[in-house]
Design a protein around this ligand. Sequence first.
Ligand SMILES: [Zn+2]
Length: 154
Amino acid sequence: MPADRPPADPMGMALDEARAAAARGEVPVGAVLLGPDGSVLARDGNRVEAAQDAGAHAEMLVMRAAARRLGSPRLTGCTLVVTLEPCPMCAAAAVHFRVGRILFGAYDPKGGGVEHGPRLLARPDCLHRPEWVGGVREREAGDLLRGFFQALRR
Ligand SMILES: [Zn+2]
């Protein structure tokens, strides 16, 4: 299946999902879940409004979908790619799902849980510690969010 091939630019794919979320009236955050071989297991954007579910963040949706697809609750060796620093809920879920690595775009000083707030993954009592890299295509991801909230205030 062509869609499952390793994407050349997984953050670009996540940004596409964020734009699609904005078009649906959702906060523009997109995520992609890559398998250990780099293939795309799931991709989605926020669906909080559509699902009437405050937990329907892009990260939660792709981790759940990838786990269903793999037939396992553990995403060992998988990479979560997301346009915004995960919040504490999503960071904790990445620990529970045993995600291997997290790449995120914009930093979120107010709502983030990786480099900000509880800094969950850096805690010594963290059961499983995904590696993480922040600031990947940070400006594009941040511009999308800023544009969305500016439009709301208008
Ligand atoms: Zn979240």
